[in-house]
Ligand binder design. Sequence first.
Ligand code: ADP
Ligand code: ZN
Ligand code: MG
Length: 497
Amino acid sequence: MVGAQRRCAPTRDIMEFEPVIGLEVHAELQTKSKMFCSCAVVDSMTAAPNTTVCPVCSGMPGTLPVVNQKAVEFGIRVALALDCEVQHTSIFARKNYFYPDLPKGYQISQYEQPLAINGKLIIRTSAGEQTIRVRRVHLEEDTGKLTHVERDGKSYSLVDLNRAGVPLLEIVSEPDLHSAEAARAYGEALRDILRYLGVNSGDMEKGVIRFEANVSVREKGDKGLGIRTEVKNLNSFRALERAIEYEIERQGKIIEAGGTVEQETLGWNETRGETYSQRSKEDAHDYRYFPEPDLPPLALEQNWIDEIQSKLPELPRAKYLRFIKDYGLTEYDAARLTDEKEIADYFESAVHHLPSTVQPKTVANWMLGDLFSLMNQADLKVGQLKVRPEALAELVKIVSEGQINQTSAREVLNEMFESGKSASEIVGMRGLKQLSDESSIAELVSQALKENPNEVASYKSGKTGVVNFLFGQVMKKAAGKANPQVVRTELEKQLAQ
Ligand code: ADP
Ligand code: ZN
Ligand code: MG
């Protein structure tokens, strides 16, 4: 239709497009054992391949699956955190297809009756806040992992079944996202929630969360949906964002040229920064779904759901709003301090050790500035820091009392970071204590003025800029350790005499 309009009115202004995006997110549920057997869930990057495999998850005939209750609980936790309606009855189905990473020849997944429906997630982007509807949340099992290698001029594919049968939660959004930025914000918000709930480590580089982006564009103002493409296997936020941007632009060009977007499944080539066709609508799989005959419907009691609800921790958004309200933080600072629970806990603990005269904002500044940059350089997590929250609070207190200046404080923090010593210990050892008492500073000022009569004269004749030179002279006498505010006040006082 859009193409027809183009042909009738070739001089028309350039069309304005609105991207429409819906995300399917696969998140591993990091339980101790797999979804339908007792094999351990292990780190796929470090565990030796094919070491946690049994007849059930390797698809031997005659075996029977048993549902992992913890995985169901984890799934319910996520569903409730997303404000979904948890269903009292959900049904496992067989999704049939043939692929080397799927030893059974089918994946057990929930299809027509998922675990939960009708949820929502509030995201923040540069355009403000937006509510994204969550269509469904369902339980399934992961596949094995294929690695393609070249050796002696031949190609091989290696399969590791450690991952086969690991519990997987699929979270499907409505097509409510309208930019790559929003899609990323949705992905990140979801990752944060999964981590807060303790069901997934959020380590994207280990592939524990994977995205599929459904993308279409429509003319601005249109209500219907355009033809979509589906980009599979996006394993990082960057890939998610870039792939969506690429698709929006590619589809926009097709429509503008009067063409029609083809409905297809795409892959993402990270190196080339391009999507490529994997299969078109014509050769879409027919999964021949049918209810899993070896598993009864999953029946959940409301009591259990209520109990899980009552034990949900404070979630990232609630914490974010509370940090702004209770601690007077900016939205930006609150966002950065709440995307990981450990960081938020560290901040709150430091604030609790602070005298009430010091603003919590000061702790936020130290954390988001120097402490985070030291952490990043050393590639450490907040839980691994030698600087404990109470030690950071002590440093902040000493600085706010004027005992040491900002420059010394940064050196002190560096050393605290390396050695784990306390701020007061380091200040004492290094003799960093700043000269704050007024009479000693007054003495230094009066000496400096005596030694520089010409500058004092030019100050008095109106060249007030020389005050900086005189300030420098006083600081030199104090070996840089005088409290700068006190020096300034004293200088101005004596010069006015
Ligand atoms: P499947 O991909 O398994 O066929 P659905 O058709 O239910 O499943 O859609 C999956 C995802 O695609 C959902 O997140 C949905 O919001 C999104 N989606 C559906 N149609 C469009 C569209 N025209 N443009 C963008 N996203 C869409
Ligand atoms: Zn097993
Ligand atoms: Mg899909």
